[in-house]
Design a protein around this ligand. Sequence first.
Ligand SMILES: [Zn+2]
Length: 323
Amino acid sequence: MDSYVRNVGGVSPYGYSWNAGVLEINKWERNIVLLIFKYALKDNLSPHKISQMLNEHKLNSSRKGKMWTYKTVSYLFAPERIKFYSGYTDNKRGNWEPIITTEMAAELIRKKIVTTSGKRPHIHKYLLTGIGRTVCGYCGGNITSVLDKTKSGVNRYYYCSTRGTYGSTRCGESKTFPMSRIDEIILRTIETQISNITEIEKWTSVFYKKRDRQIKTKLDILDKKISASLKDTTNAKSSSSSMASRNRISDLMIQKEKLIEEKLDYYNFAQLTGSQIERLHLNKQKELVIACIKRIQLFNDKIIIDFPFIINKSGRSSITKEY
Ligand SMILES: [Zn+2]
């Protein structure tokens, strides 16, 4: 690797090397480009997370053995760069071998991982928006954010998105929710759970054992019903009764599949690491909220937080915080 030639064209684009004035694929770098795109398309990882993964696997950025950063990863997602990797520039086919197909390029561009200038889009600047976790406690509507600039300063609020709809009578009860107090409560609550994680893992595993026993009982009953229906199908005297029992079997199979899925649903505690959440970067904080909270319901005077694990001895998985 690394046998690129400095050429009139400058430093070769990542994934390629210059060879006698011709861009040639650099196999090592091409594999990394493909891995980066796979992380984004299949695993939905952010450029930040991708850079961490690559560094963890010692797949250093390149040429000077530098570590990846979210900036160097983001750069590959700039629409012009994606087109280049599919063999095009300015909508014209170039004379280099593409690394990705035009379909893959289109999919990557559709995903809008970075803006046209190659920067990361900053759409969700607030802890609880854009994470698919926060809802209005009154109507279940999405929560959005609002800035209120006054002489004394800037106040930020969350509010129910259906409340602002003109002429809407929905959600008359919800007021605006003070952002800084709510964010603080959420971060403190997460911190408490993380500091108590050993106990939480114990309670959760007790819950899983009990749940799995109940599921096993239900599965046994379903299996009996299924074999009974199978017998019915074989012994059916008419085609309509045979059809009926076949339909019954497929219903039972669907129920069985759902139960098996439920049985396999275990929370991955390994994702809950780190401490001093208040000092983390906002994106990191958001990742933690996504990882350890199932749902946040905002009310005018309280917040109900649902967790994907058990948080106390009596088997509860939600908590109410007044503010
Ligand atoms: Zn609402």
